[in-house]
Design a protein around this ligand. Structure first.
Ligand code: 5GP
Ligand code: ZN
Length: 139
């Protein structure tokens, strides 16, 4: 399997590494939204959020918080985004689960172009029922 993040973890590809422990690696994104954009990845290969076990995900989130603290203190952005793209339709391009952390600035002119919908009649309850019916499979 060809995976650039596995190559970075195994030091077969270069990266600017910010932090690592036995489970997690954090390094700078090569094409940052802003300078200091960080990726946090599990050392074991999982393709997306549904594949990564809960304890590995906890390690990712804890590390994300830690490196965000260091990012905020060092680069002093006005804010920051944490996000994860899952699936091609959602913009995922590397299929090794990862969290993005990117600094944000008041005048950075980055806007998500959203077309927000309205629920009609019982659509909201119907959608909630569909999701709730599956919840027991994921607890
Ligand atoms: P995704 O599009 O899957 O949410 O995010 C993948 C991210 O990995 C992108 O932001 C991209 O810039 C970054 N990336 C892809 N290849 C490399 C690489 O070789 N090195 C580093 N540091 N980042 C990479
Ligand atoms: Zn991988």
């Amino acid at each position: 399997m060809n995976c650039i993040f596995c190559d970075i973890i195994e030091r077969k590809a270069p990266a600017e590494i910010i932090f690592e422990d036995d489970k997690v690696l954090a390094f700078l994104d090569i094409k940052p939204i802003h300078y200091g954009h960080i990726l946090v990845v599990p050392k074991k290969h999982y393709s997306d959020l549904l594949e990564i076990p809960g304890d590995a995900l906890c390690s990712i989130i804890k590390t994300a918080k830690m490196v965000t603290g260091a990012l905020v203190k060092s680069l002093k952005p006005d804010g920051y985004n944490l996000f994860s793209n899952n699936g091609k339709a959602a913009g995922q391009s590397v299929f090794h689960f990862h969290m993005h952390i990117t600094p944000r600035y008041f005048k950075d002119e980055i806007h998500f172009k959203l077309k927000l919908k309205d629920y009609k009649n019982t659509e909201m309850q119907n959608i909630a029922s569909l999701i709730k019916n599956e919840i027991s499979n994921y607890i």
